[in-house]
Design a protein around this ligand. Sequence first.
Ligand SMILES: [Zn+2]
Length: 432
Amino acid sequence: MSGVGKSFSVERILSLYPQVIHHSHYQGRNFTHSQITWVKLDCPFDANTKGVCIEFFRQIDSMLGTNYHPNYAGKRRMLDEMLSEMARVAANHCLGVLVIDEIQPFGPRPWPCLNPVCNRYQEACIETFEIRPYRVAPKGIEVGKTADFRCECGFTYSRRVPDPTTGSDDGGYWVRSRGAVWEEALRRLSSSGKYTSRELGQKLGVKGSLIRSKVVQIRRAWEATKQARAQARAEARLAAKELKRAECREQMLQAMKERPTASRSQLRLFAPVAHAWLFKHDREWFEASLPPPLPHIKLPSSVDWKQRDAEFAAEARTTAERLKQAPGRPIRVSKNLIAQEIGVSPIIFIKALHLPLTNAVLEEVSESLDDWAVRRIQWAAECFRQAGGRPTSGQVLKRAVVTRKKTRQKPALQAALNAAMRTFETQHGNRK
Ligand SMILES: [Zn+2]
């Protein structure tokens, strides 16, 4: 048991007795003897038995003015020898009680874990500590001793071991290692993205600046892992491709061996997968290893394209003329419309096929958007003329569905409008 005020109670009880009793008489005779009722040895937690013996002799000497310490506690004395001397001295002085009290420098065991993210935070869960010399520089002089307290979570903190002569522990500590649980908590909290460095620092019991550098480290490590994984995947893909290549070549060679006279396209039927793969991914080997392709033979066409082209061209011309002459509001005579009328739609086939003459005629007779707008202006003016009206240019444009802005931009439209308006002026003049 430790830390229940035992040392204090023992001292109070012992102080009730005189420590040394000097006898001068015994049963009516002169008798000189110093009896020691009790000795209490305070010994440091890390002291050995020899140290306890030395302390014992020192205390007896200070009580009685004897010379046990210099006589019996020399450095070269063996422990056994010292222990028997101690027993003899104790017997000589009729020692009543020997109390050996261990001084505990860090208070009662067990000690708390100081890791804020440990589930035993501030709970007394550390049973032991480890003493190690404390040096100023990494290889500097030893200035004292420190005790390392390590929790199960991996968090380890150190405290200075107080000098027993100068006083007690100041309660200060420093973190030696934060351990896996702490690092994991940092990783989890920082990757959640919910907290600032300062908030993380508060949660984890460190400064925000430390958190920032730690987070950078974590991110770097993560990037490195990611790169390593990507590289591994790329290597695996490459290996798989090489395997596939070997497999396909083997298949193709086998097919060629079994059918030595087969052509390239026949081989495709015998080993379709290998053929397709090698054609796409191993073209060089494919070209070098397979039999050369047979020349393409042109089949005679059953259609006389030249004659058909001439017929279509003539038809396109008359159709365009007919559409432009059609009564009512002008519709745009586009290439597509003409093609549709002569039955060769869609136009893309006309271009792709063998109809150069037809294409040239379509290009010539089809209307652009501006051509169409001019024709609409002419038509609108004609409508007003037949009705006997005298429209403004705005009315003509509105009827033609052409904007004023467009008219200003395009000289052809402006010219058409001007011409149309002039016809009304001369009509008007004639009437006068
Ligand atoms: Zn812990």
